[in-house]
Design a protein around this ligand. Structure first.
Ligand code: SUG
Length: 446
């Protein structure tokens, strides 16, 4: 049956700001306390989605979460009106308040891990919500992500949406950012590669490793993946300590091609041979490696060369890399890309550049902003149509952003209690644009 990979991008939320919340994410730390531009950020994200549509790809959209999360702050003992809760939380518990305000759900690559039905023995498409337990501000996302995915994938005869794994260090899970899939084509059975940074209980110095092997194995069991077609790959410590807090900062795969940095994995040779063995009879894998002498880890992380979307445009004989504009501004990454473009018969030979600078400053490139869901014709028909982007929806979202988002959010603005009412009004309006219903957000249920 014909199938296609559809990118579902997270809409940047109205409280997009730079709080320096993510240890090990160099951009987040470097840009802490910069003035953020939420309207610009959301428009950049929407423009990227429209660009991919213009290139001939299908595109979906996922809603932002309620931020600040007043419901969570209430569990910490704050009470009174929503504005009062926010004012007091900011004054008395600023660490908690900053976590409650983060717009980090925009990075949909961390929302869940998705296995297409062609890989799952029960013939259903499986989605496991990520627990994101490493970072306080991100652990808050799982609850709404599950509700969003249940709205998008409502038919449990076709879709299995699993809640997040227990939010514990031993089962640390960051979703599709640590998951790659290779296959002859979207709808064909594939090889799923689950990437982890450590095992449960293993001591680690340096930056946090956000995914455990145990979480990966649990995902494979839940999704009913064939053991022979499942590969576990360990990130190299060097990559994590250079700022690759997710594998998608140093590697991306699509169809039969794996594009990665030489230092992405702990044991590249073993990984190649495991992928080859798992792919036997299905496809011939092609590995496109970027040597460290050409682009060091530092340049890979600052340019986000690998945090690109690797796609096949309709009718194209090779793959296209949709990269952030920062790649063009990095001499080493830009040179490498130029050579790939000129190399005859290259697996990746076309390049598109997208501007997502506001997101990049928090460590989120083009690939972070999207969750890939492979759907066959019947699954697409069973999914909720209102989450698929067309020109009419894009126009509505654009005027919604222009009406509700602040142009700037400076560190001094974050305490403003008016922010609470503003963001609630924005999300209330959004719940009528996307098929969310009038009780989707916690404030709507009060
Ligand atoms: O989890 N940044 C996110 C970036 C996520 C990128 N996603 C992928 N690589 N797939 C994170 O570190 C920073 C928020 C702040 O500092 O305000 C943040 O959460």
């Amino acid at each position: 049956m014909s199938a296609e990979e559809i990118n579902f991008d997270g809409l940047v939320g109205p409280t997009h700001n730079y709080a320096g919340l993510s240890e090990g994410n160099l951009a987040s730390l470097r840009n802490a306390n910069m003035v953020a531009r939420p309207r610009e950020a959301a428009l950049q994200g929407l423009a990227k989605m429209q660009r991919l549509r213009a290139l001939g790809l299908s595109q979906g959209v996922l809603p932002p979460h309620e931020r600040p999360s007043i419901a969570w702050l209430r569990t910490l003992g704050f009470s009174g009106t929503d504005a009062h809760v926010w004012e007091r939380a900011w004054r008395e518990e600023q660490t908690m308040a900053r976590a409650a305000l983060a717009s980090s759900a925009m990075w949909a690559a961390n929302a869940a891990t998705i296995s297409p039905s062609a890989d799952c023995s029960d013939g259903r498409l499986h989605a496991s919500v990520a627990n994101l337990q490493t970072m306080l501000h991100r652990i808050l996302e799982a609850e709404q992500t599950e509700r969003t995915l249940l709205k998008l994938l409502p038919d449990d005869a076709r879709f299995a949406v699993h809640p997040a794994l227990l939010a514990h260090d031993a089962l640390s899970d960051e979703g599709a950012a640590n998951h790659m899939r290779m296959a002859a084509s979207a709808g064909a059975p594939g090889v799923e590669i689950l990437v982890y940074g450590r095992q449960a209980g293993e001591p680690r110095s340096g930056f946090p490793a956000r995914q455990t092997l145990e979480a990966c194995r649990a995902l494979a069991r839940r999704h009913r993946l064939a053991e022979a077609r499942t590969v576990y790959a360990r990130q190299s410590s060097a990559a994590i300590d250079a700022g690759a807090f997710h594998n998608d900062v140093v590697a991306v795969a699509h169809e039969h091609v794996l594009f990665h940095h030489e230092d992405a994995f702990a044991d590249k040779a073993a990984l190649y041979s495991e992928i080859r063995a798992a792919a036997k009879g299905l496809f011939e894998p092609v590995f496109v490696e970027v040597p460290r002498e050409r682009v060091g880890l530092e340049d890979a992380v600052s340019s986000y060369l690998f945090n690109s979307q690797l796609v096949r445009l309709p009718g194209a004989s090779s793959l296209t890399l949709v990269a952030p504009t920062e790649v063009r501004e990095n001499n080493r990454a830009a040179d490498f890309v130029r050579e790939m473009k000129d190399a005859p018969g290259a697996a990746i030979s076309a390049f598109e550049f997208v501007e997502v600078r506001e997101s990049m400053r928090n460590g989120g490139g083009p690939a972070c902003l999207r969750l890939r869901i492979v759907m066959n014709t019947q699954e697409r028909a069973a999914a909720a149509a209102g989450f698929f982007l067309d020109d009419a929806l894009a126009a509505k979202l654009e005027s919604w952003i222009r009406a509700h988002y602040r142009e700037e959010l400076a560190p001094g603005d974050l305490a403003d209690p008016a922010l609470v009412g503003e963001t609630q009004a924005a999300l209330d309006a959004l719940s009528r644009i996307l098929p969310l219903g009038s009780d989707f957000y916690p404030f709507q249920r009060n």
